[in-house]
Design a protein around this ligand. Structure first.
Ligand code: PGA
Ligand code: ZN
Length: 420
């Protein structure tokens, strides 16, 4: 039981210098907690609505004063004095209060900030770690930490589009601790920075998620460079450390064609291209290989690469149970990229998680390109037992906040990193 005394909203800044939302939640026993929510740049069309002010004179229309006011006003009035027996009970009230299918009235940003602030306040009142409180929302998760999938190179919307695809990621396969995983990632990042300097004369400038953004001439060259960096750092590509790609292909899909590396490909051509990459390089994860509306061709992509790689849906699924059901029925993919702010409450994200698991899918819990120093996503990845955690690169405080929280949980629990 937890009686809410008040909730309050505040506009704060995210890691890209854009406004986002923080909510504070006070319980009747005096426990207070706050939570901040992230925001994407490479968003799926089916994501829940982010409420922004639209006043072009301030933050180019991206202000979050309306969202903050919704929390301190209407949401606070609806919650204050009420006793909520569970997270579900609170989230149900928030969903009902908004009353729209995509949270367009009160905003998924306002609603999620309150959902997470309440979870944190309840955990604090019970004297338990946040990951343990999250764990109670789902069937018991194993006592393991997620494997990391770490941004090495960025392109697409996160790096000014110098290469069409969005991420080349490194996935250390054999490390058994968070500590060893991060140390390996650091070696590869440094090796990559040296390679980029030698090859392009480019200093280490960082993209939105803290990764490097080499001016490669093609996607293939960028993937090749990542494999070289792994080897240069003393690891064997595909044995010690594998690769992942977030193709984010919805963002270069126009009029039924993929505009990639100066070529125009139809869906079959795009599938061929993805298959060639997975055959030539140790790629074990392909995210959004096809566009969010290219439903007809996803099953062929899955069929073609599933022996080597997970087929991961981000924009395709938008953490939305209806879209996940459609993907399960049509065998469109076999892994869910779970971003809680795509759907807007912890309870709905838990439904998405359960649904994906019921089909035997892998789950990759992901943060966004616009993050804050709040580390609740790390607790969620542990508490829900995600297979992988996608948190951008290893630099910048909004990223290290989550890694440092994982290191803290590792020290406190002694849990190992999940075997790959
Ligand atoms: P976003 O991108 O957070 O900018 O939307 C992340 C992703 O596509 O995985
Ligand atoms: Zn993505």
């Amino acid at each position: 039981m937890a009686i809410v005394s008040a909730v309050q909203g505040r506009e704060i800044l995210d890691s890209r210098g854009r406004p986002t939302i923080q909510a504070a939640c006070v319980l009747s026993d005096g426990t207070a907690a706050a939570a901040s929510v992230p925001s994407g740049a490479s968003t799926g069309a089916a994501e829940a609505h982010e409420l922004r002010d639209g006043d072009s004179a301030r933050y180019r229309g991206l202000g979050c004063r309306k969202a903050a006011a919704a929390i301190s006003g209407e949401i606070c009035a609806a919650l204050a004095g009420r006793d909520f027996a569970s997270q579900d009970a609170l989230d149900e009230v928030l969903i009902g209060l908004d009353g729209t299918p995509n949270k367009s009235r009160l905003g998924a940003n306002s609603i999620l900030a309150v959902s997470v602030a309440f979870a944190r306040a309840r955990a604090a009142a019970a004297g338990e770690p946040l990951y343990q409180a999250f764990a109670r929302m789902l069937p018991a998760a194993p006592h393991v930490l997620p494997r990391l999938t770490i941004n090495l190179f960025s392109g697409g919307k996160h790096a000014g589009g110098q290469v069409a695809i969005q991420d080349v990621l490194m996935i250390p396969l054999r490390t058994q601790s968070m500590d060893a995983t991060l140390a390996a990632a650091h070696e590869i990042y440094e090796a990559a920075a040296e390679l980029i300097l030698a090859r392009f004369g480019m200093r280490r400038l960082r993209a939105d998620e803290g990764g490097l953004a080499p001016p490669a001439n093609s996607t293939r060259e960028m993937i090749e460079l990542a494999a070289e960096a792994i080897a240069k750092a003393g690891f064997t590509p595909g044995v010690d450390v594998a690769l992942g790609v977030d193709v984010a292909s919805s963002h270069f899909f126009r009029e039924g064609r993929y505009h990639l590396d100066g070529e125009v490909l139809d869906s079959a051509g795009m599938i061929d291209r993805l298959a060639q990459w997975t055959e030539a390089y140790p790629i074990v994860s392909v995210e959004d290989g096809l566009a969010e509306d290219d439903w007809d061709h996803w099953p062929a992509l899955r069929e073609r690469i599933q022996n080597r790689s997970i087929v991961l849906g981000d924009d395709l699924l938008c953490t939305n149970p209806a879209r996940i059901s459609r993907a399960i029925e049509s065998a469109a993919c076999n892994a869910l990229l779970l971003k809680v702010n795509q759907i807007g409450t912890l309870t709905e994200a838990a439904s998405a998680y359960r649904l994906a698991r019921s089909a035997g899918w892998k789950i990759v819990l992901s943060v966004r390109s616009g993050e804050t120093e709040d580390a609740w996503a790390a607790d969620l990845a542990v508490g829900w037992g995600a297979d992988q955690f996608k948190n951008g690169s290893i630099t910048q405080a909004e990223r290290t906040a989550k890694y440092n929280r994982l290191l803290e949980i590792e020290t406190q629990t002694g849990w190992p990193v999940r075997p790959f």
